[in-house]
Design a protein around this ligand. Structure first.
Ligand code: 6PG
Length: 263
């Protein structure tokens, strides 16, 4: 059992699991993922997982590719999607697909036909439409689409997936995936799942590490609802579980604010 520094239940907001050591954090998150995926396969014969991009999940994916997860997880029954993708080809260093392929898919028996890549190499508008059609086909019997797990990270500006502060995508209520502009100054094209899809998931798992995320995480966990300026705060699963795996550095402001609140 990994050494858990603190487990905080935020009532309707979700749960926060704080670890001193990243290795223990990723092992705990991987174990929780395995439980949820196995339950999904038992219940529905498959598990639909939206993987995150960015740097943080790299270590998690390596954990999932290593024992005991390599043999513990029912890879042939898992379907891999993404929360978002950058407007780059699949072999590009910025590609979220490439990140998952290199650290995970190349090391586990996940069938290629189970990988639902967002084609970053075509226009973001076309890729979003194509991805949306793939989602509708895959979830045909499950309208509206409901992921078993959505992995998310947190940007310093409060973005998650590619839902950035002030983005028109934050107000989207019908579409499953949309084309957006990435962060300034490049505003590079991206495709992202929309908040309604994320909030329909059975399990939404955040990974947040590093002191540079401490201020924004405290806002996300304790601030007033304001998805427009703090998109990650808009992640409130309708009937799903929300868990934040956080290291001590990223949890420091949040813990201080909670301590202050109880003084
Ligand atoms: C992406 C991610 C994005 C990421 C955050 C945090 O495509 O970049 O979907 O939402 O999770 O920017 O990124 P880090 O994990 O690199 O801090």
């Amino acid at each position: 059992m990994e050494e858990l520094s603190e487990a905080i239940d935020l009532a309707e907001r979700g749960r926060v699991r704080i670890f001193a050591e990243p290795g223990e954090l990723f092992a705990d998150a991987a174990a929780a993922f395995a439980v949820v995926v196995q339950a999904a396969v038992e219940a529905r014969g498959r598990a639909a997982v939206a993987f995150s991009g960015g740097e943080t999940p790299r270590a998690l994916y390596r954990f999932l590719a290593a024992e005991p997860n390599r043999h513990r997880l029912p890879w042939p029954r898992i379907h891999a999607f993404w929360g978002d993708e950058r407007g780059v080809p699949p072999e590009h260093a910025e590609s979220n697909f490439r990140l998952a392929r290199e650290t995970l898919f190349d090391h586990v028996p996940l069938p290629p036909e189970n990988v639902h890549r967002i084609r970053g190499e075509i226009s973001a508008a076309a890729a979003a439409q194509e991805y949306e059609a793939d989602l509708q086909r895959f979830f045909a019997g499950d309208a509206p689409p409901r992921f078993d797990v959505v992995w998310l990270g947190l940007g310093r500006d409060g973005h998650t997936a590619s839902l950035f502060p002030g983005s028109p995508a934050l107000a989207e209520t019908q579409r499953l995936a949309v084309a957006v502009s990435g962060p300034p100054p490049l505003l590079s094209p991206r495709v992202t799942l929309t908040l309604p899809v994320i909030n329909r998931a059975r399990h939404v798992f955040f990974l947040v590490l590093g002191a540079d995320k401490s201020a924004v995480l405290a806002e996300v966990l304790t601030g007033e609802p304001r998805a427009q300026t703090l998109p990650a705060e808009g992640v409130r699963p309708e009937a799903g579980e929300l868990v934040f795996w956080v290291d001590r550095a990223a949890a420091s402001d949040f813990r201080a604010r909670r301590a202050g609140a109880f003084r």
